[in-house]
Design a protein around this ligand. Structure first.
Ligand code: L34
Length: 288
């Protein structure tokens, strides 16, 4: 029996609606949560994602601002902007879209963001809190995936979870969140020996490697939940995308599978709204 395809657009719409109701209630009391997205340079994919983030923030009633800086922006200019945003009481969430142009040090830039405004959850303070089980802002893609699992009724507790990819944005925080949810977690990467065999152990398989359609049916235990974080443009097409999972073959063996597009991406943006709302509430001293 073919897998159930998880409708990320639908789930994201529901999460957005939830956030939107809370934003409306806050606005009725004169409080407006604010998100500022900073985009440096002109990476075409980053343009699309940041435009979507800003649009959704506006729709949900946030004060939403996007700051576009040229690729030639200096380290000093960018850090000065971040310090200004840290000090601005109308800004509750700051997101610097990655990747940055090569002359800028991403780790340094992230560390300059006030951890309370770090709605990406990339600041070392939030990373440490995530791994030590404290309340924190967690990275949007993995947090959105956990929301997804919950909504389709998959509880990670006691299950075998395999995360393919060890990036700071997805792989590592995904492993932390699954561990916090009591899964038995394995992190795989380019040096993992016999990757298909390790993946076949997974009840929950999360793939975030950036290699088009790498994961085929032979990687997947029958009935497993397969979450595809990849977003790879198909060469020679205008806008066509594929994931890191070979959807046609894997859907025949998996129990659940996320499509690309329309899977993890929309949840990432919805979770960003949730994180921004939580950051604003914490700023005002309102309980979460
Ligand atoms: N700082 N940088 C920072 N935070 C992030 O959380 C991100 N990321 C990744 C890249 N850089 C970042 C994103 O927002 C990737 N990412 C992201 C967000 C949304 C979507 C894709 C990537 C998305 O909405 N994808 C749509 C398709 C969009 C299209 O048509 O191109 C989807 O349905 O998957």
């Amino acid at each position: 029996m073919a897998a159930q395809v998880i409708d990320g657009r639908q789930l994201a719409a529901e999460l957005r609606a939830e956030v939107g109701r809370e934003v409306a209630a806050l606005r009725a009391r004169g409080r407006v949560p604010g998100l500022t997205v900073v985009l440096v340079g002109d990476d075409p994919a980053s343009h699309i994602y940041t435009r979507n983030k800003q649009k959704v923030a506006e729709e949900l009633g946030f004060r939403s601002e996007r700051i576009d800086l040229p690729a030639t922006t200096s380290r000093e200019e960018l850090l000065e902007l971040i310090h200004r945003l840290n000090a601005d009481p109308e800004v509750h969430g700051i997101l610097v879209q990655l990747p940055l142009p090569p002359h800028l040090d991403e780790a340094e830039v992230i560390e300059q963001i006030d951890p309370r405004k770090d709605v990406d959850g990339f600041h070392p303070v939030n990373v440490g809190r995530l791994w030590s089980g404290q309340p924190c802002l967690a990275p949007c893609t993995p947090a959105g995936i956990l929301y997804m699992l919950r909504r389709v009724g998959v509880d990670p507790a006691g299950k075998r979870a395999v995360v393919v990819g060890r990036s700071n944005i997805v792989g590592k925080p995904m492993a932390a969140l699954l561990l916090r949810a009591n899964a038995t977690v394995t992190i795989c990467h380019s040096r993992t020996q016999d990757l298909p065999a390790v993946c076949r152990e997974a009840d929950i398989l999360v793939v975030a490697v950036g290699r088009p359609e790498m994961v085929t049916a032979e990687y997947v235990k029958p009935g497993a939940v397969v979450i595809d974080v990849g977003i790879n443009p198909v060469p020679g097409t205008k806008n066509k995308l594929v994931g890191d999972v070979h959807f046609p073959s894997v859907r025949e063996v998996a129990g659940y599978i996320t499509p690309v597009p329309g899977g993890v991406g929309p949840l990432t943006i919805a979770q960003l709204m949730k994180n921004t709302l939580e950051a604003a509430k914490a700023f005002w001293g309102l309980a979460n």
